[in-house]
Design a protein around this ligand. Structure first.
Ligand SMILES: *[C@@H]1O[C@H](CO)[C@@H](O)[C@H](O)[C@H]1NC(C)=O
Ligand SMILES: *[C@@H]1O[C@H](CO)[C@@H](O)[C@H](O)[C@H]1NC(C)=O
Ligand SMILES: *[C@@H]1O[C@H](CO)[C@@H](O)[C@H](O)[C@H]1NC(C)=O
Ligand SMILES: *[C@@H]1O[C@H](CO)[C@@H](O)[C@H](O)[C@H]1NC(C)=O
Ligand SMILES: *[C@@H]1O[C@H](CO)[C@@H](O)[C@H](O)[C@H]1NC(C)=O
Ligand SMILES: *[C@@H]1O[C@H](CO)[C@@H](O)[C@H](O)[C@H]1NC(C)=O
Ligand SMILES: *[C@@H]1O[C@H](CO)[C@@H](O)[C@H](O)[C@H]1NC(C)=O
Ligand SMILES: *[C@@H]1O[C@H](CO)[C@@H](O)[C@H](O)[C@H]1NC(C)=O
Ligand SMILES: *[C@@H]1O[C@H](CO)[C@@H](O)[C@H](O)[C@H]1NC(C)=O
Ligand SMILES: *[C@@H]1O[C@H](CO)[C@@H](O)[C@H](O)[C@H]1NC(C)=O
Ligand SMILES: *[C@@H]1O[C@H](CO)[C@@H](O)[C@H](O)[C@H]1NC(C)=O
Ligand SMILES: *[C@@H]1O[C@H](CO)[C@@H](O)[C@H](O)[C@H]1NC(C)=O
Length: 664
């Protein structure tokens, strides 16, 4: 009874851990990442665990420590701090690595997000040198950041669809000085907003302007519930302001949801019937297409003899097909179906002949259409390689996506790029790897070449490696492996499908039948002791492991990719001899009559009496796959329990029992 209850409790715990892991393995990601709006607001360079409420937006800004492992925190120079928003007072800078990445996790795959990064140099390093570096959104180029003074913030914003349940924001050093960052925001957007942003293209903001503002403040949250930043835009004395205090309404299918505060003001012309503005692409952007939206709303109640009609032209050609008249207090937008690629853009609002009023404009948004051409690496490979990175504490600069873009492929990897990139080769020779987590490598399902030579790897070679159908080279030379070489690998090697190198492993036995001690014995006893391996119990032990990891992670920042600890910890591995039967928890409960009869207890767990379907009596023992000491105890305890016979653990001549030997 006691045992059964224990199992149930642990099953519940297991489910809790599973849920936790679905939310993000690293519990730090779950803690305080999103605010009640679903926003993530990160002040980069703020010390770990610090947070504050921004005085203007009342949004809670948190430290970036839980989103990144690399980089150094700095304060900007004191001479620049007065009058700056708090987000600009600290930066995180990156003086090593070609690419450094923030990971925003627990997102919804396929959902739309606005991601904004800001950069204010403030002479944080005392060098007064202005850097130039590239930004990537995931595996795709986003923007070049060109810092040209110490105090003007550069704001990069992209509207993008998450290609996975996480998005990475990467800063790439292109030789123009150390990248740095001041803040990073993530805002979820409804799918129906900004329809041009989809899974094959993102929108990188160039300008978002509030025409005819009443003051010089930037309008953002809470006036804009999506926390877009609308900069004031005026053009005195040529433009004048029109304002209303009445609320502006939106039609239900509005694709922009521009805030009232922005639409309540408009710019119009003084002494002219043409409202015009223009831009030319910079040298970095001249091969890109631009897409924009003009926001309109009539702010004046027009008299019977008044009218406001105008044509919208681009470079003198009608852009919107017919004359346009904005509606009173109703939000409306005119925007292109596609991006346009021109050497020069002159957008003009030209009053028609019968219009008594000059044209007006309430707001303007301009974007560069970014192709989403690079696809992230296969998610199974990403989880596996990150598990390997974490378990072996790999010190290489393994950040961002492992394979993409190809220019930033991780050291020691080769990938295939046919559709979603796959890891095809991994070379970790002479990397000081220690431990026995070799089965992790079998999760890299497309692996063709695996070189782990000249490390300190221990334990045995998992049979799971022979399941890698594409593997043609396996080099384990120069480690401290023991046990035997799995038959599957030997067969492949003998068939010439696999180059297998296992030399210089003093304790490794190359012939499975010759070196298996404690193997199956005679069957003439009264009670058959069958070791029943219970996946459930393995999981229980893994829960303990996960809890331990959680505790450790609270001490030490980890970051990196999200992966499921226990799915990588050998559950599916073929760790046991084929003679062992595996039972589901329910079968086991039936066999042991709900764990009612305890027949023994050892340092390594409890034994229960059980009866198989065919009447065979068995002792049910819970066994960890992770400890060799457990195996020895197991054998020892069995012998003590029946105590009619002798007591030597290593004696293979005990007639009454089956003993099973486990490989690790
Ligand atoms: C970077 O900014 C500086 C100063 O504004 C400018 O002179 C330079 O051309 C810019 N570089 C590029 C590549 O746009
Ligand atoms: C994304 O939008 C562009 C432009 O409207 C369109 O050509 C493309 O097919 C869209 N992609 C998807 C996946 O819908
Ligand atoms: C507009 O016209 C009026 C009267 O003709 C003149 O006083 C004013 O200076 C003009 N304003 C501008 C900006 O040209
Ligand atoms: C429009 O009508 C109002 C009176 O209703 C008059 O004061 C105003 O001058 C007229 N404006 C024009 C442009 O005719
Ligand atoms: C832009 O186009 C308008 C209308 O075609 C024209 O009046 C104006 O002169 C143009 N502006 C520039 C700077 O080319
Ligand atoms: C506005 O467009 C209409 C329809 O294309 C055209 O007939 C009219 O001449 C245009 N007006 C001006 C001022 O360009
Ligand atoms: C002005 O002209 C447009 C077409 O050019 C027409 O649709 C509109 O009704 C006219 N407005 C007035 C007040 O006549
Ligand atoms: C990747 O491929 C290149 C070229 O074929 C080869 O030189 C390199 O050794 C490979 N790397 C790994 C890790 O196998
Ligand atoms: C293996 O570990 C030992 C110490 O535990 C160390 O001296 C040795 O250099 C390591 N060997 C390799 C190849 O890393
Ligand atoms: C293999 O090595 C591990 C230690 O790394 C040890 O615990 C285990 O008993 C060894 N297994 C065999 C079969 O020697
Ligand atoms: C393993 O050893 C046994 C007996 O020692 C021998 O019969 C068998 O051929 C060996 N197998 C291999 C693959 O060397
Ligand atoms: C942040 O909090 C964790 C857990 O409470 C703690 O272990 C860590 O030392 C704290 N870090 C700093 C810099 O205070």
């Amino acid at each position: 009874m006691k045992g059964g209850r224990g199992f149930r409790k642990e099953m519940i715990m297991w489910w809790c851990m599973l849920l936790l892991s679905l939310l993000g393995t690293d519990n730090k990601w779950v803690r305080g990442q999103f605010d009640s709006n679903g926003f993530i607001s990160i002040d980069c360079g703020l010390s770990e665990n610090d947070s504050y409420i921004d005085e203007h937006t009342k949004l809670s800004y948190i430290s970036d420590a839980q989103f990144i492992d690399t980089g150094l925190n700095h304060y900007i120079s004191k001479e620049y701090t007065p009058s700056l928003s708090r987000q600009y007072l600290t930066v995180r800078s990156f003086n090593s690595g070609a690419r450094n990445c923030y990971s925003l996790k627990s997102l919804v795959l396929g959902s739309k997000y606005l991601i904004r990064a800001t950069f204010l140099y403030g002479n944080y390093d005392g060098l007064n040198q202005f850097a130039m570096f590239d930004l990537y959104i995931g595996v795709n180029f986003w923007k070049t950041v060109n810092i040209s003074d110490a105090v003007t913030p550069i704001i990069a914003e992209v509207i993008t669809v998450a290609p996975a349940d996480y998005v990475q924001v990467c800063l790439a050093n292109t030789g123009g000085g150390n990248p740095f960052i001041s803040s990073l925001d993530l805002r979820p957007l409804k799918d129906t907003l900004y329809l041009l942003a989809n899974s094959t293209q993102s929108l990188s903001l160039v300008k978002r302007l509030n025409a005819g503002p009443t003051d010089t403040t930037i309008i953002r949250y809470p006036d804009d519930r999506h926390d877009r930043m609308w900069e004031p835009w005026s053009n005195e004395p040529y433009w004048s302001e029109l304002t209303t205090t009445s609320d502006v309404s939106h039609i239900l299918t509005d694709q922009f949801e521009a805030p009232s505060a922005v639409l309540q003001t408009a710019a119009t012309r003084v002494n002219s019937s043409v409202l015009q503005f223009d831009w030319a692409p910079g040298p970095l952007d001249n091969s890109r297409s631009y897409w924009w939206a003009l926001h309109f709303c009539e702010t004046q109640l027009l008299g019977k003899n008044q009218s406001r009609w105008f044509n919208i032209t681009v470079n003198g050609l009608m852009w919107y097909a017919e004359p346009y008249s904005p509606s009173y207090l109703l939000a409306d937008e005119i925007y292109g179906k596609y991006g346009l690629q021109l050497p020069y853009y002159n957008v003009s609002l030209v009053a028609t002949g019968n219009s008594t009023l000059p044209p007006l404009l309430n707001a303007f948004e301009l974007f560069i259409v970014l192709p989403v051409a690079n696809v992230p690496t296969d998610s199974g490979d990403v989880s596996a390689i990150n598990a390997i990175k974490e378990k072996y504490q790999i010190k290489k600069n393994w950040v961002g996506d492992p394979c993409a873009p190809a220019t930033y492929i991780w050291d020691g990897l080769n990938c295939s790029y046919s559709s979603s990139p796959r890891i095809t080769a991994l070379n970790l020779a002479s990397n000081g790897l220690m431990g026995d987590f070799l089965s992790l490598f079998s999760e890299l399902k497309a692996l063709q070449s695996l070189n782990l030579s000249d490390n300190n790897l221990t334990g045995s070679i998992p049979d799971a490696l022979s399941q890698l159908t594409s593997l043609t080279l396996l080099d384990l030379t120069g480690n401290k492996l023991n046990g035997t070489i799995p038959d599957g690998l030997l067969r492949k090697s003998q068939a010439g499908k696999l180059t297998l190198r296992v030399g210089d492993n003093p304790n490794l036995c190359s012939n499975s039948t010759a070196c298996t001690p404690n193997e199956q014995k005679k069957d003439n006893g009264s009670i058959r002791v069958i070791a029943i391996i219970v996946p459930v119990i393995v999981v229980v032990l893994l829960v303990a492991l996960v809890l331990l990891l959680c505790m450790l992670k609270n001490k030490k920042g980890t970051g990196g990719e999200q992966y499921s600890d226990f799915s990588k910890a050998g559950l599916k591995d073929d760790l046991f001899q084929p003679e062992n039967r595996q039972f589901a928890y329910t079968e086991l409960a039936a066999i042991t009559n709900e764990f009612t009869r305890i027949i023994g207890k050892g340092g390594f767990g409890t034994f229960y009496h059980g009866t198989l379907e065919d009447g065979t009596q068995v002792a049910v023992k819970v066994q960890s796959e992770s400890s060799s000491q457990g195996t020895r105890d197991f054998v020892g305890e069995e012998e003590e329990e029946e105590e009619e016979e002798e007591d030597d653990d290593d004696d293979d001549d005990d007639d009454d029992y089956y003993y099973y030997y486990y490989y690790y």
